[in-house]
Design a protein around this ligand. Structure first.
Ligand SMILES: [Zn+2]
Length: 255
């Protein structure tokens, strides 16, 4: 099996796509929810079927190919309309997924050639009822304008995509300004303070409040530097000697 599976909570799994991305499977009494689909290098559908045979609803935290390409194996998925841009749609070209599969020395299979999954509209506050678990979508614009997190209130789990990653990419086409990002980051931090565990789209999947506070602090420094006229393009990626986080930004899109 191509995906490394980690059980992160009861009936809740992290699929790691050989270090490239994470997606998550939440299994309820009646249905399952797949949050993101990674690149789809391996047989994602079969991997899910090894865990559950329940109907699967697919959602995406944001519309970047390392999160949505794999969803072509599931025919349709919910994603914010704010990420429905020409730029993002172009990145969903199957050739990018195929290039990833080849980079991982995988044979090209029929699912690599499927059409992109149909994007259904996802709105702030939408709730996905899985029987005994209800998962709420909440908008956290930042890494992309349409970034969403998913909350499992019953188990205090939160799935935040790429919006609070230690390697925070805010330089891309479709990202918000850093000050807009702060609103969503504060919301994530509030839930962390209430005891929610945050799961993210890359690395080992975990994010902790202490690290998010450092990232937010660094973002404040970047904004202050820009206001003082001291920020240069060379400051991206922005780092601190003593900390892991790294923030890439677009100097024209700070506040
Ligand atoms: Zn992304």
């Amino acid at each position: 099996m191509f995906y490394r599976i980690e059980k992160i909570s009861e009936d809740t799994y992290r699929f790691n796509e050989n270090g490239r991305a994470n997606c998550y499977l939440i299994v309820g009494k009646e249905k399952a929810l797949l949050i993101d689909g990674c690149w789809g290098i391996g047989d994602l559908k079969q991997t899910i079927r090894e865990i559950t045979d329940k109907p699967v609803i697919a959602v995406a935290t944001h519309r970047h190919p390392d999160h949505t390409c794999g969803l072509r194996q599931l025919s349709e998925y919910y994603v914010s309309e704010k990420d429905n841009t020409k730029y993002n749609r172009r990145l969903e070209n199957r050739l990018f997924g195929i290039a990833m599969a080849l980079a991982e020395k995988q044979k090209i299979r029929s699912y690599h050639n499927q059409k992109p999954g149909l994007a259904l509209r996802l709105n702030d506050g939408d709730i996905f009822n899985l029987g005994d678990r209800a998962i709420e979508a909440k908008a956290i614009p930042g890494h992309t304008a349409g970034s969403m997190m998913f909350l499992d209130h019953s188990k205090k789990l939160m799935f935040a995509g790429d919006d609070v990653n230690p390697k925070l990419w805010m330089q891309g086409n479709g990202a918000t300004s850093l000050s807009e990002w702060k609103i969503g980051a504060n919301l994530v931090l509030d839930y962390m303070k209430q005891g929610y565990t945050a799961w993210i789209g890359h690395l080992n999947g975990r994010q902790i409040p202490e690290q998010l506070v450092v990232i937010m602090d660094m973002v404040d420094e970047i904004i202050a530097k820009k206001k003082n006229g001291q920020l240069t393009k060379k400051d991206s990626p922005y780092r601190r000697q003593d900390a892991l986080p790294e923030i890439r930004f677009n100097i024209e899109n700070i506040y």
